[in-house]
Design a binder for this molecule. Structure first.
Ligand code: GTR
Length: 328
C-alpha cells in the first residue's frame, strides 16, 4: 500500500512538473480590446479588472491590452476588425451589433425590460446566453453583458410626451432598429457614431440624442443640450465580444479562463455603474441640466408596435422576446 501510494505521488509530482514546464513554455498571449469610452468609464474599468484577473490566474501568460477612448475606431469599425480577426475583443453597445448579429436587436428593443432588475435577471439567465451564443455564426464569441442603465431623450427643449418628438431630428446609433424607433416617435432619425454627436448637437445638424446619464455626461453632451427627459425607452445593454477567428486559436482551458474573467468583471461593472450614474447626475445638474421626470412614457410605449412588427419576425426572436417577458 505504502509503495503504491509513493509511486502515485511520484507520478503526480512528475506530471505536475511537466504541467508547470508546459505553462512556462506556452507562448504569451496579449489580447487587444477596444472601447470608445475613457479610462474612468465603468465599461473600461471593468475591462481592466478582467485583464487583471486573467494575468493573475495565468501568472502573466495572458494579458489584456485595453485601447480606450475609441483609439482603434468607432464601434462600427472595431466590429469589422473583430470579425476579420484583426482585433481580439470589443466592448460595444448591443445596438451597435444589431445589423451584424440580428438577435442583439432583442435586448435593445424599446420598453422590453420592465426594470433594471428584470434586465439583469433576463441577461444573467438563459435568454442572455442564447443571444450571446447566437452571434457565433456572425463571427463573435459573446462573453458578457455590462450595465448601461436606461436610455432617455435629451434636447434643447423638454420632452413630456410623444407629441414633443414629432419632427425632431434625433441622433440614433447606427442600427436599422433604432431608425425605426425614432420614426415610430414621429422623429427624423439621423444615425451617426457617438464621436460625432457633440458637434452634431452644437451645429444644429441634430436637435436631440438619446442615451443614459453617464453617456450624456461623459461625452459632454450636457454642455450643449440642457433638457434630459426620462423617456427611459430602452435598456440596451453593453456587450463584450471576442473574435471567433482568434477564439479558435486558443486552447479549451484558455477559452474557459477568458470566459470566467469576463463574467467576473460583470460584478465590478455593476458597482462602477451605480456609482457613475450618481456622479454623472450630480455633475450635469450642477452644470444646469434639467432632468424632466414628468414624462408620459405610455405615449411612447404605445407607438412601438411597428418596431416589434418589423424586427421581431422569426420564431426564434418571438420566442426570445416572450422568454424575456416571462422572466419574473
Ligand atoms: C453608450 C454606449 C456606447 C455607445 C453609445 C452610443 O451608452 O456605452 O458604447 O454605443 O451609447 O450611443 O453610441
Amino acid at each position: 500500500m505504502m509503495r503504491a501510494s509513493k509511486v502515485a505521488a511520484a507520478v503526480l509530482l512528475v506530471l505536475g512538473c511537466l504541467n508547470i514546464a508546459h505553462a512556462a513554455d506556452a507562448p504569451k498571449i496579449e489580447l487587444r480590446v477596444s472601447d470608445v469610452w475613457d479610462d474612468d468609464y465603468p465599461t473600461v474599468r471593468a475591462l481592466r479588472n478582467m485583464g487583471e484577473l486573467l494575468s493573475q490566474r495565468t501568472k502573466g501568460r495572458i494579458t489584456l491590452k485595453v485601447f480606450s477612448g475609441g483609439a482603434l475606431g468607432s464601434e462600427k469599425e472595431t466590429i469589422e476588425q473583430v470579425k476579420l480577426g484583426a482585433l481580439d475583443i470589443i466592448r460595444v453597445n448591443s445596438s451597435a451589433l444589431n445589423n451584424t448579429c440580428p438577435m442583439t436587436v432583442v435586448p435593445a428593443l424599446p420598453f422590453l425590460f420592465r426594470s433594471i432588475d428584470h434586465m439583469h435577471k433576463a441577461l444573467d439567465g438563459a435568454p442572455g446566453e442564447q443571444i450571446l451564443k447566437s452571434c457565433e455564426k456572425d463571427g463573435f464569441i459573446g462573453l458578457a453583458y455590462y450595465d448601461s442603465g436606461a436610455r432617455s431623450i435629451y434636447a434643447k427643449k423638454p420632452v413630456h410626451s410623444i407629441a414633443d418628438t414629432k419632427g425632431m431630428k434625433i441622433r440614433v446609433q447606427p442600427s436599422d432598429m433604432w431608425v425605426s424607433v425614432a420614426n415610430a416617435m414621429g422623429a427624423n432619425a439621423t444615425p451617426m457614431p457617438l464621436g460625432e454627436v457633440y458637434t452634431g448637437l452644437k451645429t444644429g445638424l441634430i436637435d436631440a440624442a438619446e442615451n443614459n446619464i453617464p453617456s450624456y455626461e461623459g461625452a459632454k453632451h450636457f454642455e450643449v443640450v440642457k433638457y434630459y427627459s426620462k423617456t427611459e425607452h430602452s435598456m440596451a445593454p453593453e456587450m463584450v465580444m471576442f473574435s471567433a477567428k482568434k477564439w479558435a486559436t486558443l486552447s479549451k482551458a484558455d477559452q474557459a479562463l477568458v470566459k470566467e474573467a469576463a463574467k467576473s468583471s460583470v460584478i465590478q461593472n455593476r458597482k462602477y455603474w451605480a456609482d457613475r450614474e450618481n456622479q454623472s447626475l450630480a455633475k450635469v445638474t450642477a452644470a444646469g441640466s434639467i432632468i424632466v421626470s414628468d414624462v408620459d412614457k405610455k405615449s411612447f410605449q404605445d407607438a412601438m408596435g411597428p418596431v416589434y412588427a418589423k424586427f421581431v419576425t422569426t420564431d426564434e426572436a418571438k420566442a426570445l422576446v416572450k422568454a424575456i417577458q416571462d422572466v419574473k
